[in-house]
Design a binder for this molecule. Sequence first.
Ligand SMILES: [Zn+2]
Ligand SMILES: [Zn+2]
Ligand SMILES: [Zn+2]
Ligand SMILES: [Zn+2]
Ligand SMILES: [Zn+2]
Ligand SMILES: [Zn+2]
Length: 428
Amino acid sequence: MSTNSSNAETLADYVASQDTLVQEAAEALPHQFSHCTYPLGHLRQAVYLCLTCPEARGICSACSIACHTDHEQVELFPKRNFRCDCPTEAIGHPCLLHTTAEPVNELNWYGQNFQALFCRCKRPYDAATENETMIQCLACEDWFHESCCNLREPPSSEDLPPENKDHGPNGDAVSKASNDLPPALIGPEDYDSFVCSGCVLKIPILQRYAGTRGCFIVVRDLPTSPWKILPDIHTDNHESLKVSSVPESSIHSNKRALSPTGVDGSTVKRARLLPIPSPSDAGCVAPIPNRTAQKIFADLTSSIDPSPALSTGDVFLTDGFRERWCRCTSCILELEAHPYLLNEEETYEPPEDPDSALSLDELGMRALSRLPRERAIDGIHAFNAMKDDLVQYLRPFAQQGKVVNETDVRNFFDGLLEEKRASREHQS
Ligand SMILES: [Zn+2]
Ligand SMILES: [Zn+2]
Ligand SMILES: [Zn+2]
Ligand SMILES: [Zn+2]
Ligand SMILES: [Zn+2]
Ligand SMILES: [Zn+2]
């Protein structure tokens, strides 16, 4: 019980942690990888960029598993109005799920994410080294670093992953999680949606609301002053009903970089502002514009001083913002030009499985977030290895158009567990 106990504990813990991963993944894995979404047309759906294929196009999640299995890919998360490019002539690699060659999708929009670049800093995204939470813009659906939105200082050089360093297949350079960084000026629990300044500058009604109740911007008085939230976040929430909030840890722990704020928002109760009553026909009830914000947008749009020294002009909208817009004839016209401001969009999920829109990485991270921190690092390695094996295992199913059922997935994990146990026992 003495010298062996720590070993035994480690092994038991290890197996337990594997069991957790296995269980999580098996429960939530999509059961079908056999249908490309091409026939469904343009939808808001999870889109993957294949880095191995030379074409800067997007593929659906089924194709990412079935057709580009051993290709390097980046998950771009939901993109609206997107049709899978895999079966089209735009991509040379053949689609195994939808075998009719289709014409190029003229209506798909390809932003910089399709060059594997993200945020206004135009950095590539590497899940293994990114240590900041990124926020998706509601309008352009690009992703932004919290520090690039002035929510915190950029990670210092020692926090930053060593660049141009080979991380090896095991992802040895596991990045620090966001919760090791200083807290963000406003966190995901404080707002529902984010619109980047590039988009705000094209949407006048957002400029008008910026800096008023439920529509935050991050500003500073002088280029040397600290960043602050406008309007003051505490005052702004004063009249609202604060619902019992989820423990800090479940909000921040292992919050995955690129994890879209709001997707897991169901677990986070946010402060909710009461809607502004709609005008009958009495005229515009939009709030009086905030002067500081107006000056900022004037500066940002002027060719004289487009410097974002005092604000980037990003806007953070709090929960319930869709019900709070003024709906006078003039405001509603503006809002209707951007339907996502009025109605929450549906993101396509394959039928028959409520969890199937989750990515493998997300499943893994969900499992990992339940592990103690120090074991999470081991878990990441184990999970990455498992994911590779799993993709290999699933490939024939996808290629033959066979439906993967629960038992198949279980069999895979059982085999994997056996292997791990055997190799552990062998070592000790
Ligand atoms: Zn597809
Ligand atoms: Zn590919
Ligand atoms: Zn395909
Ligand atoms: Zn950035
Ligand atoms: Zn944007
Ligand atoms: Zn109005």
